[in-house]
Design a protein around this ligand. Structure first.
Ligand SMILES: NC(=O)c1ccc[n+]([C@@H]2O[C@H](COP(=O)([O-])OP(=O)(O)OC[C@H]3O[C@@H](n4cnc5c(N)ncnc54)[C@H](O)[C@@H]3O)[C@@H](O)[C@H]2O)c1
Length: 306
């Protein structure tokens, strides 16, 4: 009998676990549950028996892959998979998948929560500004980017997007203006929202040069990964431009410097909150379980990322 391990140091909601169990057991597989573990060796031990594994932000290190002697598939319940040792998995013939789109609306709604909070001066009583009629640049037009565009139109924002892997026609069909290069996106948009994955190309790719192109009242919104922003550039732009604001789902490494030097001009969530809704939780968990069943039953590798 195939064993499916759900390994989550930050557990899924109980209702998601119940749904995952149902899908796994209906397929005739066994569910193994490792929740709230604090020592990576617990994961290494648990994976020894597993044929498949579902994780969230858990670190799937080379040691974990190596310990998974029967492991055929790892599904990251979520979008980003930079927590998984992809080369190691590929070398060991382990398929890695994510569950794209399942938490996109949750992340997109947080973008607006953070933007409104910041342009209203963190609700400190001082008069703020509005989003209506302002320009918003989407740096990447994937699942989250698309949802941000949909909501932005409700706010009456003018939306632009840069994504070299999505055709201009597809972007334009959504009523969003495609732009051909990053310089153009940052020069046009007072608000820029990051939706790129973190990889060798994108890490530290948000530089002083780009940020300094942004119009007056600039706000950078980061629900992608802290690593994509070059933090030296971030500190430099804060120091050079009084009008610059930054809101981010998780703190940059330079948080203490920002706190000390630029109070009130940035907001960071104390923990990663983008996908933390019960809807996203359930959607991603169930999708992961279905993808594992589909893989074993029909060889479906549609969401493979390695
Ligand atoms: N804060 C959170 O909790 C949370 C939740 C989900 C996703 N995320 C982050 O947001 C990112 C985007 O999520 P998604 O669901 O939209 O992913 P996605 O895979 O649907 O979209 C990513 C998009 O980035 C584009 N892209 C890739 N490289 C690019 C580059 N160099 N320049 C411009 N565009 C590029 C791709 O073409 C794709 O359209 C994830 O990789 C993840 O890191 C964070």
């Amino acid at each position: 009998m195939k064993k499916v391990l759900v390994a989550t140091d930050k557990p899924f909601a109980a209702i998601a676990v119940k749904g995952i169990r149902q899908i796994v057991e209906n397929a005739g597989f066994e569910l193994l549950l490792l929740e709230k573990y604090t020592d990576p060796s617990d994961l290494i031990k648990a994976v020894e028996q597993a044929d498949a594994m579902i994780v969230r932000s858990d670190l799937v290190t080379p040691e974990v892959i190596k310990a998974g002697k029967n492991l055929r598939i790892v599904v990251r319940a979520g979008a980003g998979y930079d927590n998984i040792d992809l080369p190691g998995a590929t070398a060991a013939n382990v398929i890695v998948m994510n569950t794209p789109g399942q938490n996109s609306n949750a992340v997109a709604e947080l973008v607006f929560g953070m933007m409104v909070y910041q342009i209203r001066n963190q609700f400190n009583g001082a008069s703020g500004t509005e989003l209506l009629g302002k320009t918003l640049g989407l740096h990447a037009y994937g699942n989250v980017g698309k949802n941000v565009a949909r909501i932005a139109k409700g706010f009456g924002m003018e939306v632009f997007a840069y994504d070299p892997f999505i055709s201009a026609e597809i972007i334009a069909k959504d009523g969003v203006t495609p732009v051909a290069d990053l310089q153009d996106l940052y020069s046009k948009c007072q608000f820029v929202s990051l939706h790129i994955p973190a990889n060798d190309k994108t890490k530290k790719s948000i530089t002083f040069e780009l940020l300094s192109k942004m119009p007056k009242g600039a706000m950078l919104v980061n629900t992608a990964r802290k690593e994509v922003v070059d933090e030296e550039s971030l500190q430099r732009i804060f120091a050079g431009r009084e009008d610059f604001r930054y809101v981010s789902d998780v703190a940059p490494d330079c948080l203490e410097v920002l706190k000390e030097k630029f109070p009130g001009r940035f907001f960071v969530t104390p923990k990663k909150m983008g996908a933390q809704t019960s809807e996203a939780n359930v959607n991603a968990g169930l999708a992961a379980a279905r993808q594992i069943v589909e893989f074993f039953e029909n060889g479906n590798t549609m969401f493979k990322v390695n």
